[in-house]
Design a protein around this ligand. Sequence first.
Ligand code: ADP
Ligand code: ZN
Length: 734
Amino acid sequence: MALTQEGRSLPALLKQVFGYSEFRPLQREIMESSLAGRDTVAILPTGAGKSLCYQLPALVRRGLTVVISPLIALMKDQVDQLDAAGVAATFLNSSLDAATQQQRMAELDRGAHKLLYIAPERVLMGNFLARLARWNVEALVVDEAHCISEWGHDFRPDYRNLGELRAAHPGAPIVALTATATPQVRGDIIAQLKLRDPAVYLSSFNRPNLSYRVVEKTKVAKQVWEFAAGRPEDSGIIYCHSRKGTESLADALRAEGLAAIAYHAGMEPDERARNQEAFIRDEARIVCATLAFGMGINKPNVRYVIHADMPKNVESYYQQTGRAGRDGLAGECLMLFSRGDVMKNLKFLDDITDEQAKRIARRQLDQMTAYGDEPRCRRAYLLRYFGEEWPEGNCGNCDNCLEPRETWDATVEAQKLLSCIFRIRQKSGFSVGWKHLADVLAGAKTERIEKWGHETLSTYGIGKDRSRDAWMDLGRQLAQQGLAELEAGDFPTVGLTEKGLLALKNRTPIHLARPHKPAVKAGGGAPRLAKAGEVPCDEGLFQKLRAVRKGFADTRNVPPYVIFSDVTLRHIARAYPRVSAEFLALPGVGERKLEEFGNAFMEAVDEWLADHPRQSFPGLKPARAQAPKRVGAASGLGATVLETLRQFRDGAGMAEIAQARGLSLSTIEGHLAQAIEQGENLDPIAFYTPEEAGRMRAAFEGHDGMALSPVHEKLGGEISYGKLKMYRAFAGRE
Ligand code: ADP
Ligand code: ZN
């Protein structure tokens, strides 16, 4: 294991400072690549843990890491979070008064900071580059790197200044990070930043902890209310098309007793900022927003995103739903979908004058509609959109995979429609659009029908029993099945595919899925889909811990997640830690946070246990799709060892397990040591401190065998046999 300049390895710092004992997929590779001095591009979805990819290496470096970040609000947020973890970081931007700027510059002159966040426009201001030259810049980070691309949705011309920054620090490697999924933008990042032979890390865009669901839109306010009321403690974002829509929905929810606020670009800046702040600080649980909302939001515990109106393309849908569940806990994505919305969106297209823009918008709308209509896995649909194949059949976390839709026999209707397409082409020699087809089937009298003589077709009026909208709807579904397709040309016209022609000739039976019923079920609220990513815990205690957290957050004037994430609180509320070592073992607890907050949270646990029984919880399955498989885990372990392991994972201490099972402490230690040797995923920090680990490593090194007593003696008996045993187990595994 390579030791860093600071004498600590990356994994040791990961736990000590950020409180995590494992890297997320690709994090370590990205860090090592940049520490090796290479330009590095990281393309990972939201919530994958991109920030850590440059924050941790910054601690290893002697000099300064400069982070270019587009949003002032996010800089402060990041610095607050680093500060809470005990990392010296600061930011410079236009929100600071002159005196504060001077003070920070002086700190930077002294080398007091590891990280500096700046906005891109800063780079070329005054003599900033000259100033920067004095600060021993060792690494450059470009966050939200898609902002450099004109293809991207938030192009920022100032990002083009970064070339000069690079020129001024040719030796510093660049790390560029983005969650943008489109290949065009990815290519642009590398080209525009002029990266030198960059290492590119690209992960799957699957978000396993998010569930996807589409329901028929009926009464928006009622549907949203029912959903939100069923999740009274959770934060959610509800996207609406119009400013008016956000306000009327927020009013309706408030009238029913839910803490909802509106957010849109037309509001007074003050009010807008206040509302955003209230949401971030867990004061208003629900925000009804236009698309203006989201970019500046780092809130990790958004539990659901509802689209009350249909988004304009699949990419924005993916980005917006991506704001749920950044912390890795379960998040729900619900889209309310109606034919009416599709029609409305089609009408908007008429306002677009540029033909190419219109064609693109139309294709995007079709793709979005197809997502709503999709009878198969929605996750697979989204991933396919970004060019990824979803290998598994059933994702287990979308409506279609979990609740197969009812189907109906559409053979007769399909025959009518397909033959109508066929007949028109045969008679007129050209194709027509869905609307005209529907008119012919329904036996309408239109100018075009008369002009083209389509009332004489054998298929004219054979579909009087259904509305024109129903026919258009059916047409889209048949297209999705590959029986018909839009043909190239100035107007969208429909033709039969080979498959459609065969189906027509052979009268192939065709079954179509019915849409999902509006979500509402007995008991109120849509039934939850998501299980992936959930951390079962003592819900009562969790709420109490949230209150403790809010107290700290308000005193320090930061959002609650700066203190601890919901994930950490849930782990506290399942492990019931009573002593520091137990508390430190929890994810998200590093040394600084243990010191500052440990006692207060452990006291809250004590108080809770004084009048509530301790509960126990099943073990956790990681929600990460690419979580590496453990080798040989558990397979070679006997039942009694597995039982110890289970209880330990449920949060019981070793002494407690020994007592409960009527076994000696050293037996329990032996069980766990065995499990560790077999590759079970346990965390050393649960057994000894990093400082003790260092002493044990030194003591074991001088000895040939792995016998414990000489080592015990060498350490003057200061470290127990139990700890030595555990250390030996971990060391043996390496
Ligand atoms: P991104 O920028 O990719 O959207 P963030 O950097 O905001 O993601 O990280 C998302 C969440 O994941 C944060 O709450 C962060 O603390 C957490 N996280 C990051 N790395 C790890 C890790 N190795 N183990 C556990 N949690 C992590
Ligand atoms: Zn699915």
